[in-house]
Ligand binder design. Structure first.
Ligand SMILES: [Zn+2]
Ligand SMILES: [Zn+2]
Length: 431
């Protein structure tokens, strides 16, 4: 008999419930197995399992053995645990995982029995049968893993695979949770969208608007990258989530844009990321590169999903009439500071129409010819650069066209850097 548990049984004068008399009542009420008896005392000190607690109480009170199948609470439920664990293993053996979690779907009869127990045999130490079962399943599963030379542990927060045992149907269901990678992509040619750009008119079926392709950009970073990840992981579907996005006609240079790539139902989670990066470059003929590829942590996921990062752009700009070097410099300096920007006309259908205040932290410019200039701008997240130049029919103020008194358009746009790790401040040098 385990000392601390036995000692507890004799030292509960201050408790409302006396464990021995509660056990006596339970045993007298009908045949009950050691698992179910012990579970009413799970919260008492000691490192014993529920089954061991039940056995001790039964012995101490002089009751004979009960066959598990005869238990009025569970009808031998715990005898079925090994076969459920075995089924779980059969479902999951093809998948790589280091963490798992079991859940159970109780039968209505078991739910009712739990309620009845709580009402008729209230115990401050009782453990819910669901938790008891989940633990028993987890232990049985770990045992099987051990025999198969595999190792995985229970993870309540982010399990890689999950099992749901439906008791009534005697079924085990597997869910393989996605594997998520973090990286930064560079887009070195124009005309590539970030993600699959489905034609809104035909919704992908193919129409005049999209030239029968069903999409508005020939390809996307997502379409170029996902197949490589699927091949590496053996997953069934992948998707890319960028920290913001650039237009399809803009290049993404510098250190690239942070992104998350998740793959559903991966068979492998530890993949050769160097191979993935190299393969993306090879298959895209150098149009797309991925850097800094690594398994995503919760912190990295949060950063990509919610981060608002300043960006540095280079824009080639053309003017309707020739401008002087001096006028251009003065106009560029006038862009630094706060900008009032209405949602651009070109995206007003997709995004809420409102006026935002965004800052231009710094702006430099040089003329390439009297009718062409180059701008380098550092902007707050969410500022639209094309409209900052054109003015978008008064939607953006101030804007380069207005400051210059000449119509100006962006002809080429590059994102030079996503400043996700820098604290960008306003550059007042030009004021
Ligand atoms: Zn039982
Ligand atoms: Zn279409």
């Amino acid at each position: 008999m385990e000392y601390s548990f036995a000692q507890t049984l004799c030292n509960t004068e201050n408790c409302d419930v006396d464990p021995l008399s509660l056990a006596q009542k339970l045993l007298a009420a009908g045949p009950i197995c050691d698992h179910c008896l012990g579970r009413r005392f799970a919260g008492l000190p000691g490192k014993l399992s529920n089954r061991e607690r039940g056995a001790i109480l039964r012995m101490a009170l002089g009751f004979g053995e009960t066959l598990p199948e005869e238990c009025w609470v569970c009808a031998g439920l715990f005898l079925r645990v090994p076969s459920w664990a075995e089924k779980a293993w059969e479902l999951a053996r093809e998948y790589e995982f280091k963490t798992f979690l079991f859940g159970v779907h109780l039968s209505p009869r078991l739910e009712a029995t739990e309620e009845f127990l709580a009402e008729r045999f209230p115990s401050p130490w009782a453990e819910p049968i669901r938790r008891h079962l989940n633990r028993a399943l987890g232990q049985a599963f770990e045992e099987i893993l051990g025999k198969e030379n595999r190792k995985a542990t229970v993870d309540y927060a982010r399990p890689e695979v999950q099992f749901l045992v439906d008791i009534e149907r005697d079924e085990v269901k597997l869910t393989v949770n996605p594997v998520v990678f973090y990286g930064r992509y560079r887009k070195l040619v124009r005309g590539i969208a970030q993600t699959l750009w489905t034609c809104p008119r035909c919704r992908g079926k193919g129409c005049e608007n999209c030239g029968g392709t069903g999409k508005l950009a020939a390809t996307s970073v997502e379409e170029l990258v996902v197949p490589v990840f699927l091949e590496a992981t053996g997953g069934i579907k992948g998707n890319l989530h960028g920290a913001g996005r650039e237009d399809a006609d803009a290049r993404m240079l510098g250190r690239g844009r942070p992104f998350l790539l998740s793959v559903e139902w991966p068979r492998r989670r530890n993949v050769d990321l160097t191979w993935v990066a190299e393969e993306v470059r090879r298959r895209s003929l150098g149009a797309v590169e991925i850097l800094d590829l690594q398994p995503a942590t919760p912190e990295l996921e949060e950063r990509v999903k919610t981060g608002k990062f300043a960006k540095r752009y280079r824009a080639k700009v053309s003017f309707s009439v020739p401008v002087s070097e001096e006028d251009f410099r003065r106009a560029v300096a006038g862009l630094v500071g706060e900008i009032q920007q209405r949602t651009p006309a070109r995206v007003r259908e997709r995004r809420a129409d409102l006026v935002r205040r965004r800052r231009v932290f710094s702006a430099q410019g040089r003329l390439l010819s009297p009718t062409e200039g180059e701008l380098v701008l550092t902007c707050e997240a969410g500022l639209y650069v094309k409209e900052l130049v054109s003015g978008d029919q008064g939607g953006t103020k101030p804007n380069l066209s207005e400051l210059l008194g000449v119509s100006a358009q962006v002809t080429e746009l590059d994102v030079l850097d996503i400043l996700d790790d820098q604290n960008v401040v306003l550059d007042n040098a030009h004021e």
